[in-house]
Write a protein that binds this ligand. Structure first.
Ligand code: URA
Length: 442
């Protein structure tokens, strides 16, 4: 087999065999197939696309390129959840204790963030003492004992995806649905998931800006899950504004605690209930979404979900008293208000701009080496559909280092689109994609 023949075949729009895909990916991992041939192949995929069977082969090949976590020593169906990324998205912090309280084991490996705000692991590190690194055996033991553990990615998971993603980043081949779908799903499969709930974001702050593209990405991921024997469901949710009100690492932990207490923002609460309900159904502890939703609401109302968060924090060495005393989380020294320049109704909030503003304050990483400030961030006081007068506070910035404060404040002003027409609140969930098809809500 020769790489050049495989590239030629793809360039002409023909379907590659599983053996041809294995040859490319294994060759790339071992260094026998060079960057330039994989770059040419990725560009051919970008233009010609991939069939469902090619996408599944690529996913499995990347999943097998490094460590594969065996979660079989944990009893129960292990349901993983993945979000395609959004500003203010702290759903994992809420869902992990919430679904664990309902009896679905959560053995979750999460990442750190690059750009925008931090990842789940950065957020957890704002809890004093919380250990994000556990030995594999300790990780399994904790899930068997208390039903939940959240740790940083350990070992060598999907090295082929890491190498391919870095190459795509510099060859204008990131925005390919089969390449994104296989990249995401290879990591979930290698991390040992039996079933997967995906939160595919759509809108200005998402990878996929249109609903049609988001549905196409969701379908590609659901097909991979189905083809590889993992029940998979995707919820298409809004990213035309940040999720919830608080953005920044310790601020997001605070909002997750509020939500588990039943006092969270409506959009965040509702999305967690929907995603969590699908996790319960796939995890085999509820018959249908309606029963699962009622169960989750009950676990929030009776304090069980909050108790599970305390158990999780204590088990990983953290100070669980932050749950009752969020003032013990790191706080920034100063507050700075950003005010509306004109009155009207908030029509949209460019989530990406808000994310960049948070990063300028120090909440996210500009480069892999940047050190993030866990205490800084943004409190959005006005969301889509809200009426504001000129001079009303749109957002409060939590600041330690004021050197880029003005730049951040300008980004926030520009992120808000305020119009004179009345606006309905933005939809939260647009569609659900399963192996049986697409159910659209708008
Ligand atoms: N996230 C991933 O993990 N992979 C992609 O290709 C795009 C987003």
């Amino acid at each position: 087999m020769r790489a050049v023949d495989i590239i030629h075949k793809k360039r002409e729009g023909h379907e590659l065999t599983a053996e041809e895909i294995r040859f490319l990916i294994q060759g790339y991992s071992s260094g026998e197939v060079p960057d330039y041939q994989i770059a040419a192949w990725a560009m051919a995929v970008y233009f010609q696309g991939m069939t469902a069977s090619e996408t599944a082969s690529l996913t499995l090949e990347m999943a097998r390129s490094g460590d594969q976590i065996d979660l079989s020593s944990i009893s129960g169906i292990k349901v993983d959840k993945h979000s395609t990324g959004g500003v203010g998205d702290k759903t994992s912090l809420i869902l992990a204790p919430l679904v664990a309280a309902a009896g679905v084991p959560v053995a979750k490996m999460s990442g750190r963030g690059l750009g925008h705000t931090g990842g789940t692991i950065d957020k957890l590190e704002s809890i004093p003492g919380f250990q994000v690194e556990l030995e594999r055996e300790q990780f399994f033991k904790q899930v068997n004992e208390i039903g939940v553990s959240l740790i940083g990615q350990t070992g060598n998971i999907t090295p082929a995806d890491k190498k391919l993603y870095a190459l795509r980043d510099v060859t204008a081949t990131v925005e390919s649905i089969p390449l994104i779908a296989s990249s995401v799903m290879s990591k979930k499969i290698a991390a040992g998931a039996d079933a997967i709930v995906l939160d595919v974001k759509t809108g200005s702050g998402a990878f996929m800006k249109t609903l049609d593209d988001s549905i196409a990405l969701a379908k590609a991921m659901v097909d991979i899950g189905t083809d590889t024997g993992r029940q998979t469901i995707a919820v298409i949710s809004d990213m035309d504004q940040p999720l919830g009100h608080l953005i920044g690492n310790s601020l997001e932990v605070e909002e997750a605690i509020q939500t588990l207490r039943g006092e969270g923002p409506r959009d965040l609460h509702r999305l967690c209930i929907m995603l969590g309900a699908h996790m319960l159904v796939l995890g085999g502890v509820a018959r249908d979404a309606a029963e699962a939703e009622a169960r989750l609401e009950q676990l929030i109302a009776d304090g069980s979900a909050l108790e599970k968060l305390k158990e999780l924090i204590a088990a990983q060495g953290g100070d669980a008293s932050v749950v009752d005393h969020p003032e013990r989380l790191p706080h920034a020294r100063e507050r700075f208000e950003v005010k509306a320049e004109a009155g009207g109704t908030v029509a949209a909030i460019q989530a990406e701009e808000i994310g960049i503003a948070a990063m300028l304050l120090g909440a996210g990483r500009e480069t892999k080496e940047s050190v993030i400030d866990l205490s800084v961030g943004i409190d959005l006081r006005a969301k889509v559909g809200d009426a504001v007068n000129a001079g009303d506070v749109l957002a409060v910035l939590h600041v330690n280092d004021a050197s880029r404060l003005q730049e951040a404040a300008q980004k926030i002003i520009h992120a808000y689109r305020i119009t004179s027409e009345a606006q309905a609140a933005a939809p939260l969930v647009y569609a659900i994609v399963t192996k049986d098809g697409v159910e659209r809500f708008v």
